[in-house]
Design a protein around this ligand. Structure first.
Ligand code: ZN
Length: 550
């Protein structure tokens, strides 16, 4: 037996079996029961929504030996011949490949003669909008005076391209996209019929990726099964689709909701190191928050867009956000995704997008009416505690999950020494977060610098990339803003309790050398190359740092 695709093998053979189009099947069945059979139908809807399947079901219902009947028996000769595609009185024309006037003329000739074996001659014209203008005109003439034994079913993905003169003579039905829950149920049925064990989450993923098309869903299932041994798991689907996991999206969503900036950095790093396509991740994040917004908007109502389990998960996350902020979060991720198309700094864009969405989510949660802070420290997510409180010794430390930094050992008055360099390196992300909360440009400047040591009470930072030159130059031009000048020092003070720490800047040796040898970088001034360069002085001014001599 030759191979039959799932879509054909599991094509619905009864109206009852046809899922997701109950509004159509009910109307058609009622019409058949009442003997109100139209001569022309227009089935419109996106691909894979069941238009042709319904057309064949209608052909069977009209021609069944015990019909016209609201549900074909599928046993009699007419029913079986239509299922097999051997019924001479059921003519299927694909207008994508047969779009000319001659094809329509053939139909016009054919339609004059009564059916040979069946009750009705049924003409199914797929992709009907693709008929040429001449062909459409010719077809209209046929529709104007149809013989009593003829039924025309036009199927189209683009009904607006069908002339109104034709449309007005048809009974029109709009086919809906399948919901994730319905498609999931169908996939489950097929998997069980094929003797395949499949995880519900895997079926959800396939259903979501099919975007409402039953045909796409079944062919995706077929493709994934080619990769699968035994049990169908979400990992199989992810592997085939190359998409990021729902778990990662929910995890990132939780980080944004809780304002966990350190966690966001960590997640971005993990994603980058695992070789994920970060642009795809940004797009998935936008989609994810769109789903969260959908879940929030439909809260308390039934919806068939997602499986119940997935919807519950979305709603749980949605409850952590103000609805009004979700739209803004979607925008941030979409914009970052667009930016990532033309940038090689995808990790930076991902980090910035996560931090931006965190501030969007937090701003609403803590400040109903956001206003620009007058002092930079006021915008910090972890405001410095009053010093008096910090001096009170506590019998036992209280856990403060909302602000992990505050569990730091409070700085003892008079203690001016930096902690060990290892500690500085471990907590550098916290410094960056504080920098970010004070000044985004300063953050962009600092984010790719690496702390490489402590020298004479100063922190030594190494910049590794020439691309930062542009950022640094821009920052230098804006340096007039007094708040920016001491940003890194303020951040370091907040994390380590040591004020006014000097910062030394270095350019990584490798980059330094390779930069000198690369002609295409010649136009890009390297601010670190010449000590006398004004740009460098500007930068050092911002950082209140000095050049390391070695
Ligand atoms: Zn029958």
């Amino acid at each position: 037996m030759s191979y039959v695709s799932f879509y054909r093998k599991y094509r619905s053979q009864t109206f009852e079996d046809l899922m997701g189009q109950e509004h159509i099947t009910r109307t058609l069945q009622n019409a058949i029961r009442q003997g109100k059979i139209a001569h022309a139908y227009l089935f419109s809807g996106t691909r894979g929504t069941g238009k042709t399947t319904t057309a064949r079901l209608l052909a069977k219902a009209l021609n069944c030996d015990s019909g016209p009947i609201s549900e074909p028996c599928n046993q009699c000769v007419p029913c079986r011949s239509i299922t097999d595609g051997t019924a001479v009185d059921v003519v299927e024309l694909d207008a994508a490949s047969h779009r000319g006037i001659d094809d329509v003329k053939e139909i016009r000739n054919n339609v004059q003669f009564p059916p040979m074996a069946l009750r009705y001659k049924v003409f199914i014209i797929d992709e009907a909008h693709q008929l040429s203008s001449d062909a459409k005109d010719a077809f209209l003439k046929t529709l104007e005076e149809p013989p009593a034994h003829a039924v025309f079913i036009l199927a189209t993905t683009e009904p607006h391209k069908i002339p109104i003169t034709i449309r007005s003579r048809c009974q029109q039905f709009d086919f809906r996209r399948g919901s994730v829950a319905d498609i999931h149920a169908r996939l489950k049925f097929v998997a069980e019929s094929e003797g395949i064990e499949a995880d519900d989450e895997a079926l959800d993923l396939i259903a979501m990726n099919a975007e409402g098309s039953w045909r796409d869903a079944l062919s995706l299932l077929e493709q994934v099964l080619a990769y699968t041994d035994g049990r169908l798991t979400p990992a199989d689907v992810y592997a085939m689709l190359g998409t990021v996991t729902q778990d990662l999206l929910f995890r990132l969503g939780d980080l944004v909701a809780s304002g966990d900036e350190a966690g966001a950095f960590e997640a971005a790093r993990e994603a980058a190191e695992s070789g994920k396509d970060l642009r795809q991740l940004l797009r998935s994040l936008a989609d994810h928050f769109r789903n969260v917004l959908f879940a929030a908007a439909t809260s308390g109502r039934e919806t068939r867009s997602f499986s119940a389990e997935f919807l519950a998960r979305l709603r749980e996350q949605a409850a952590k956000f103000k609805k009004s902020r979700l739209l803004r979060i979607i925008e941030v991720f979409s914009q970052a995704e667009q930016g990532a198309r033309s940038s090689d700094q995808q990790k930076l864009l991902l980090e910035l997008a996560l931090l931006k969405t965190i501030s969007v989510a937090q701003a609403e949660a803590t400040q109903p009416k956001p206003s620009r802070p007058t002092t930079p420290a006021a915008k910090s997510p972890i405001p410095a505690k009053p010093s008096t409180q910090e001096h009170v010794p506590e019998a036992k430390p209280k856990p403060k999950p909302a602000a992990p930094e505050s569990t730091e050992k409070p700085p003892v008055s008079g203690e001016q020494k930096l902690p060990k360099f290892d500690t500085i390196r471990q907590k550098w992300n916290l410094v960056l977060q504080h920098v970010r909360s004070i000044s985004l440009p300063a953050y962009a400047l600092l984010v790719e610098a690496t702390p490489i040591g402590v020298k004479d009470g100063s922190i030594v930072l190494q910049f590794k990339h020439l691309g930062q030159a542009n950022l640094i130059r821009d920052e230098a031009q804006k340096r007039k803003e007094p708040t920016k000048k001491k940003v890194p020092q303020m951040a370091i003070e907040q994390v380590f309790g040591v004020p006014n720490v000097d910062i030394m800047c270095e350019l990584g040796k490798q980059e330094h050398e390779s930069a000198a040898g690369r002609a295409d970088d010649a136009e890009l001034p390297n601010p670190f190359e010449a000590a006398g360069d004004e740009t460098l002085r500007d930068v050092l001014d911002i950082f209140n740092g000095k050049i390391v001599d070695d």
